[in-house]
Structure formats: structure tokens, C-alpha cells
Design a protein around this ligand. Structure first.
Ligand code: HEM
Length: 124
């Protein structure tokens, strides 16, 4: 089920994000702070919450729309912070990467809205 995969990816992302935070602290270099923040919040916390929703409503979690939503968020949620890191750490010319990441996450969020509204309407 996509929800289980999302929660497993999320905890690994959070582990990496926390390690990156510790490295930033040790080096006293906070340049990549925004990449760290978005990796943890969007790639970690939000991904886990989506996974929990699919666990709570397994029929929704087994739907094809949930699979597409989950994969889009996994890809976008990793691409976006990676893109922020590339822009801040290497060059502003790479801004296409976070833009594609952000739009991918937005598409995933639109699908999640559809799933939640549809589920709530059925449940009354
Ligand atoms: C071992 C765990 C963590 C460590 C050591 C850590 C460390 C850091 C450091 C050093 C900064 C930069 C502070 C600065 O710019 O002055 C930071 C910023 C931030 N962190 Fe973490 N962090 C950890 C976990 C998390 C988690 C789990 C989240 C979210 C779920 C998070 C969200 C943020 C946010 C929102 C910022 C602000 C970024 C900004 O202002 O650009 N952090 N963290």
C-alpha cells in the first residue's frame, strides 16, 4: 500500500534531514537552512501525514489516485529541497529544479484535496 511506503520514506528523510541539521550546526554554516527545513517539513512530516491518512482510510490508500498522489509527493518533496540546495549552494541558474519540484508537489496536493473532499462527501 502506498501509505506504508510513504511513511517508510518519510522516516528515512527525517533521519537524513536531522543529520544534515547537526552537520550545519557543527560547521556553523546555515546557508542550506531552507533546504533542511523543507526537506524535514515537506519531504518528512507532510509525507508521513499523507501516509497516516491512507492508513486511516485503507480503501482510499489502495486507490490508483492515492498511488499517483503518493509518488508525485515523494518525487516533488525530494526534488524541491534538493533544488533549493542547488540554487543556494551552486548557482541560481539551477532554479528550474526547485520550480519543477514545487509544481510537482502542488499537483500532489491538488490530488490530495480531491481525495479528502471525495472521502468526506461519501462519509457524510
Ligand atoms: C537533529 C535534529 C535537527 C537539527 C540538529 C536541526 C538543526 C537546524 C539548524 C542548525 C538550523 C539553522 C538555524 C539558523 O539558520 O540559524 C535549522 C533550521 C530549521 N530547521 Fe532544523 N534541525 C533539526 C530537525 C528539524 C526538524 C525535524 C524540522 C522540521 C520538522 C526542522 C525544521 C527547521 C526549520 C523550519 C528551520 C528554519 C530554516 C530557516 O530559517 O531557513 N528541523 N535546523
Amino acid at each position: 500500500m502506498i501509505g506504508s511506503l510513504m511513511m517508510c520514506v518519510s522516516v528515512v528523510v527525517l533521519l537524513i534531514g536531522m543529520l544534515a541539521g547537526i552537520v550545519m550546526g557543527i560547521q556553523q554554516n546555515f546557508l542550506l537552512g531552507p533546504a533542511h527545513a523543507h526537506l524535514n517539513l515537506v519531504g518528512g512530516v507532510l509525507l508521513f501525514l499523507f501516509g497516516l491518512y491512507y492508513r486511516t482510510f485503507p480503501t482510499v490508500g489502495r486507490s490508483n489516485l492515492a498511488k499517483v498522489q503518493g509518488w508525485l509527493h515523494i518525487v516533488g518533496g525530494l526534488l524541491f529541497p534538493a533544488g533549493i540546495a542547488l540554487v543556494l549552494g551552486i548557482s541560481h541558474r539551477l532554479e528550474v529544479v526547485p520550480i519543477v519540484g514545487a509544481l510537482t508537489m502542488l499537483a500532489a496536493m491538488v490530488l490530495f484535496c480531491v481525495l479528502v473532499f471525495r472521502t468526506e462527501r461519501v462519509r457524510g
